[in-house]
Design a protein around this ligand. Structure first.
Ligand code: ATP
Length: 560
């Protein structure tokens, strides 16, 4: 397909904020697509979601490429960028003025775009930067102004056309089925495959039953099932029924373990492949879990190697991103894997089997080995006293609380379900994303020392206040200003004196004492006494608290 056709659709989609109109534009466009790869581009990606490959290009490199392809100096590009605030628009303007003097060369196709972009994450070693630069420059040199805008935005993984996976899902439903059930069927196929292009290809044939056949594939990441909240054990019983399973809610990170004969792959809930980071997990699975092929859902928790006490998530969080000194980290920050569900076993999907059966199977196939791998601590009961006692015990063991699970329920990938509930003593924390920051002064100068927090909304992120407490000056004491500054610097979009705005990528956990109404922030709310408690490299911006979550928590505290 000509890339200009796609660029035209991007423009149309960006021109309206109404979701229904977007769906309409997309559903017409979908009929003209033969190649599923165009679907990935529509989402601003180059691969399906399950492929853990990111373009990973810095603004600096894009600035160089714009400069090279237009003959305008890098300084001038930066100047324009500061003025306009969007490198895509900068490319468009500069290429437009260049095109008035020269004849355009090649016609760009979506195939050519993908061909070049897909080489970017593969490049390694000497001369990488130059090779990347020439792949990008080649595209920009051939691009029409509007095309260049979207090439740049795709490179920077920020398309800004207000399209989410769910918008395309609705458009697929409208284009090829136009029934209510089809939305659900498409979503289910998507949650299992994490490949919207694949789901599009199947849907194009117009047969719902083909979508229902989409199944789990061992080795490919799957979206995990998420829980709703209950305020206490009696409410939990009411919601999930009696008897139910009650388990420790471990305070670690979600780890999905895939085994396909000899090959073991580990994924986070963001579908990131972390197999290399946790060699001991592979050893434990090989040694202590029976079966040829399976998908296990678990929580990996850190514990102190001397005292054997469980440690909060923050202690082991560094291991998730770590690419070097893995053996050292393994010895210093050991993990225990607590398996709480199984989605697939020896060639068969277990998604629709009742939880009771799945949890029984876990106990049969795992040789429980404390401080290595165990089935999650669990009781099955209808007795309030026993349940409360178990909850207390979980807290004494340094865990966050308990999960209550209905015994007959299926495993619904990607859904937040009411048949699995979490219960914690204090709900006073939110996962939020850093959207801006301010440079410190005095002994904190050179560091970003105050961070603007954003919550999710249907349309971008809304501010809910600032945090600075909880971050440390010295690295040994926890997450430091220096560490966060290093994470945020490559994400800077604009600067204004000591204040900066950043691309919303860094998710953090914030505790607070109270929520207040506040006209000062775009969400209309502010957190009182916010305190930083953890970086969440295992979370996406899709996982953060939404405005609705904040409104609900505000209502719950009695509107005070
Ligand atoms: P929270 O911020 O409260 O931990 P969350 O955003 O992590 O919530 P939820 O699905 O709402 O995610 O809460 C369940 C999470 O708890 C799971 O994602 C999982 O990582 C963790 N967990 C710990 N122990 C268990 C368990 N026994 N069963 C299910 N999930 C568990």
């Amino acid at each position: 397909m000509r890339y200009s056709n796609l660029a035209k659709i991007y423009e149309e989609l960006a021109s309206t904020t109404k979701r229904l109109e977007k769906t309409e534009i997309l559903s017409k466009f979908l009929h003209t697509i033969d190649d599923k790869n165009v679907i990935y581009l529509l989402l601003g990606n180059i691969y399906p979601e399950h492929e853990d490959k990111k373009i990973g290009i810095s603004e600096q490199l894009v600035i160089k490429a714009i400069s090279k392809s237009t003959g305008v100096s890098s300084e001038k590009v930066v100047q324009e960028w500061k003025k306009i605030g969007d490198l895509g628009e900068v490319a468009k303007a500069l290429i437009k003025s260049k095109k008035q003097h020269t004849l355009s060369s090649h016609v760009l196709t979506t195939e050519k775009i993908l061909d070049n972009l897909r080489k970017l994450p593969e490049l390694e070693g000497k001369g990488t930067v130059d090779k990347k630069l020439s792949l990008i420059t080649e595209l920009l040199t051939s691009a029409e102004p509007t095309e260049s805008k979207y090439i740049v935005r795709t490179l920077l993984e920020d398309l800004r056309i207000g399209i989410q996976q769910s918008t395309i899902r609705d458009a697929i439903a409208k284009a090829f089925f136009n029934t209510k059930e089809s939305n659900v069927a498409i979503q289910k196929a998507l949650d299992k495959s994490n490949d919207l292009g694949h789901v599009f290809e199947i849907s194009k044939k117009g047969k719902l039953e083909n979508l229902e056949k989409v199944s789990l594939e061992v080795g490919k990441p799957v979206k995990v099932m998420l829980a709703q909240k209950a305020s206490d054990i009696p409410e939990g019983f009411e919601e999930v029924g009696k008897p139910c399973a009650i388990e420790y809610k471990y305070d670690g990170f979600r780890l999905v373990i895939n085994k396909d004969k000899d090959k073991i792959t580990l994924y986070t809930r963001r579908l990131e492949n972390v197999t290399r980071q946790f060699p001991e997990a592979i050893e434990y699975v090989n040694k202590y879990v029976k079966g040829n092929s399976f998908i296990l859902d678990s929580e990996a928790v850190g514990f102190d190697k001397e005292t054997k006490k469980y440690m909060p998530f923050q202690a082991i969080s560094q291991r998730i991103k770590r690419k070097y000194e893995i053996e050292k980290m393994k010895n210093e920050l050991p993990i225990e894997i607590n398996v709480f569900d199984i989605l697939y076993y020896n060639g068969k999907s277990l998604l629709d089997e009742p939880f009771e059966k799945r949890t029984k199977l876990l106990k049969q196939i795992i040789k429980s080995t404390p401080y290595k791998i165990i089935p999650a601590k669990q009781i099955i009961t209808d007795n309030l006293e026993k349940a409360e006692k178990f909850y207390k015990q979980a807290l004494e063991n340094n865990q966050e609380g308990v999960m209550m699970k209905n015994l007959n329920s299926p495993y619904n990938p990607g859904s937040r379900v009411g048949h699995m509930l979490k219960i914690k003593p204090s709900e006073k924390d939110f996962d939020l994303v850093i959207i801006g920051a301010e440079y410190g002064t005095g002994k904190r100068s050179g560091w970003l020392s105050s961070f603007d927090l954003g919550c999710g909304s249907g349309n971008g992120f809304l501010e809910v206040g600032k945090v600075s407490t909880g971050v440390k000056e010295k690295r040994e004491e926890g997450v430091s200003y220096d560490e966060i500054t290093k994470l945020l610097k490559p994400l800077i979009i604009s600067e204004d004196g000591r204040n900066i705005k950043v691309r919303p990528k860094i998710v953090v956990t914030i505790t607070y004492q109270e929520i207040q109404k506040s006209p000062k922030y775009s969400s209309g709310f502010a957190l009182r006494f916010p305190r930083f408690t953890a970086l969440r490299p295992d979370r996406n911006t899709e996982d953060i608290a939404s405005l609705e979550d904040i409104e609900n928590a505000y209502e719950k505290q009695g509107g005070k």
